[in-house]
Design a protein around this ligand. Structure first.
Ligand code: NAD
Ligand code: TDX
Length: 357
């Protein structure tokens, strides 16, 4: 093992699902950098996928598989023969779940079911120490808890109350994972994280949308009154949390992961525009481009996470403040506009409004 995160010596083969996506890609890069394990990356290579952040690596193997295909999923698990599974593959954009919920039920619910069945079959047949050490880590979202009023925070004991097709499909997948633990004894652990941001995020989510619209001199769409609140976490801090939970998390438990980064959407947009005014001065302040647009249907008002459990039990703390993280992210997008252009073209996404009914 190299410096950094130390897994048990029997953890030699790690399967990451969704490793061609934003968070999965960050996790794969860290695993390649900080462990000696073979990393299998199961991904269907959907519209939001891109492998250029990972590049060629002798310990990285792509398994191009759609989890909706049970046979292909079982074959991939057999091939990877994993000691540890990080399950991130999911349809992830709330707006797309509003216009096309079917894909979310297929990938996030049916796909998780297929993966659990294949993983269970694999785990049951593992020999002694490998079976003892095996774990299935499910990566979920704070959105399963619903929408908060002006006060309070989500924690591990908050009742589930999902309100979008996306969050309902993620909640269903969380329930399946817990059921496989309670019924079949599968060694699972879950994390529920707040909004991530950082380099390599597909440019349909708020932060890259704002940057790319501003740079193009186009209007920046702010849904509703712009007062919806999200708890922003830099993606590398999320990866820290995932690695800690994989090493030390209690089997059968879940951990809420948040950024102490609560901000209204309007504040986030203002912060990005102010930075752009410094980095790329223009004739008028970028904030003048902000345009209120019709609200997202069923728009959750506020998310905020109480990360006490993961902090006190596992010692996790985010290392990036929002000010640092957003500045680094903005610089990355400004340096990688060609990448944005390429992935958007590949996906057939041209900055159009998604998810308005
Ligand atoms: P993403 O959309 O960037 O990447 C998801 C990846 O999963 C893509 O490469 C896609 O091709 C793959 N995938 C989707 N359906 C698949 C299927 N049926 N079979 C195989 N591969 C499939 O998403 P992300 O932002 O990296 O999110 C990763 C995970 O983290 C998701 O489970 C999401 O719910 C969760 N999460 C995301 C955030 C966030 O702010 N982005 C916050 C909390 C939790
Ligand atoms: O153009 C926009 N204008 C706007 O005002 C977009 C794309 C979004 N918004 C608002 C909607 C939300 O209140 O910004 C906020 C953030 O929107 P998204 O970036 O789409 O994220 P969100 O819906 O909060 O969900 C994200 O965090 C939780 C991820 O996409 C999920 O995968 C994760 O589970």
């Amino acid at each position: 093992m190299q410096e950094g995160f130390v897994f048990s010596p029997v953890i030699n083969r790690i399967l990451v699902t969704g490793g061609a996506g934003f968070i999965g890609g960050a996790l794969v890069r860290r695993l390649l950098r900080e462990t000696d394990a073979m990393v299998f990356n199961l991904d269907k290579l959907g519209y939001a996928s891109d492998l250029s952040s990972i590049g060629e690596h002798p310990r990285h193997q792509l398994l191009k598989v759609d989890l909706v295909n049970a046979e292909a999923t079982a074959a991939a698990i057999q091939q990877a023969d994993p000691d540890l599974v990080f399950h991130l593959a999911a349809e992830s954009h709330v707006d797309r779940s509003i216009s096309g919920p079917g894909a979310f039920i297929e990938s996030n619910v049916q796909g998780t079911f297929n993966l659990l069945q294949a993983a269970r079959n694999h785990w049951e047949q593992l020999p002694g120490e490998r079976k003892q050490q095996f774990r299935f880590q499910h990566i979920s979202t704070d959105e399963v808890f619903g929408s908060l009023g002006p006060t309070g925070r989500f924690s591990e004991t908050t009742p589930y109350d999902p309100r979008s097709p996306y969050s309902a499909s993620k909640a269903a997948s969380d329930h399946l994972v817990r059921a496989w633990h309670h019924t079949y004894g599968m060694p699972v652990v879950l994390t529920n994280c707040s909004n991530n941001y950082g380099p390599w995020q597909f440019p349909e989510k708020l932060i890259p949308v704002v940057i790319l619209k501003a740079v193009a001199g186009e209007s920046i769409p702010l849904y509703g009154d712009g007062q919806n609140v999200r708890d922003w976490l830099f993606v590398e801090d999320h990866v820290d949390a995932l690695l800690l939970v994989a090493q030390k998390g209690q089997i059968g438990e879940s951990y809420c992961v948040g950024g102490f980064g609560e901000r209204s959407n309007k504040e986030v947009v203002l912060e990005i525009c102010n930075l752009l005014d410094q980095y790329r001065p223009s004739d008028a302040p970028y904030f003048a481009l902000v345009t209120p647009v019709g609200d997202r249907p069923g728009h959750d008002r506020r998310y905020a996470i109480d990360s006490s459990r993961i902090s006190s039990d596992l010692g996790w703390q985010p290392k990036h403040s929002f000010a640092n993280g957003i500045a680094a992210t903005l610089r990355w997008y400004l340096d990688n506009l060609a990448w944005c252009d390429r992935v958007c073209k590949q996906a057939g996404y041209f900055g159009n409004r998604l998810g308005a009914i």
